[in-house]
Design a protein around this ligand. Structure first.
Ligand code: PRP
Ligand code: ZN
Ligand code: MG
Length: 225
């Protein structure tokens, strides 16, 4: 249960955002003693608890008010909103701050040898993805017919394994695509990490703490510019 007096922040356990998230919190002066397998750390110098989970679980934890704050890619929170089919007027989270790391794009990629003219080249393709809702929203808007199936990891292997014609997955440096003989043909969503907060009642103690944290985060980002 959420403690009224201690702020609970969810960050990615391992992956592209984890080290940067820890670095940011540390630079904000939060002393966190993270041990490899220990998934929660209670800061000693500030009333803040850091929970380390899979990135895909963070939007749900924030929207269901299980944690107060989360550091997560904008694409992941957008996918979860689409999945929950949330009425845009019924806000379930607030983006407090765009962060200066974790930038990536959600893109459609196909085998290097495949000819590509425009999106129509993908008509009736079978696409492997971890982001079915963002993919569907985009291709429906562009009136492209497609089939999809979900892979939550190793998406890049799908075309060479004969499972799909294309993939829709995150690209950061492009190294994973290259290693799997794929080329990026369309960017469908651009993302960075952001700090999000839950909605609902928040105690005054937490409000003060969040404001303090925000000021420090902005300071850290400014200093890095
Ligand atoms: C993404 C994506 C690719 C990789 C691309 O995974 O799924 O596998 O990064 O990066 P590159 O272009 O620099 O090679 P992510 O780190 O988001 O982890 P996850 O999919 O396991 O959550
Ligand atoms: Zn993930
Ligand atoms: Mg991945």
């Amino acid at each position: 249960m959420l403690n009224k007096n201690r702020l609970r922040i969810a960050i990615q356990k391992s992956g592209r955002l984890s080290q940067e998230s820890i670095k940011l919190l540390t630079k904000c002066g939060i002393k966190i003693n993270l041990k490899q397998q220990q998934l929660i750390s209670f800061s000693e110098n500030m009333p803040i608890d850091v929970v380390r989970v899979r990135d895909d679980d963070i939007p749900g934890l924030v929207m269901d008010q299980v944690v107060d704050l989360g550091i997560i890619g904008k694409n992941v929170i957008e996918e979860e909103s689409l999945r929950r089919n949330i009425d845009p007027k019924k806000i379930l989270y607030t983006i407090l701050q765009r962060l200066d790391f974790g930038s990536c794009r959600l893109s459609l990629s196909i085998p290097i040898s495949q000819k590509y003219i425009n999106l129509k080249s993908l008509n009736n393709f079978r696409i492997a993805t971890s982001y079915p809702y963002l993919l569907k929203k985009y291709l429906d808007q562009k009136k492209i017919n497609f089939n999809f199936f979900i892979l939550n990891g190793s998406v890049e292997v799908a075309p060479s394994a004969g499972l799909s014609d294309a993939i829709c997955d995150l690209v950061s440096t492009g190294a994973t695509l290259e290693a799997n003989g794929l080329k990026e043909v369309e960017v469908i969503y651009s993302s960075t990490a952001c700090l999000v907060s839950r909605t609902g009642d928040v105690s005054d103690i937490k409000k003060i703490l969040i404001n303090k944290l925000m000021t420090r985060i902005q300071g850290v980002i400014k200093a890095r510019e």
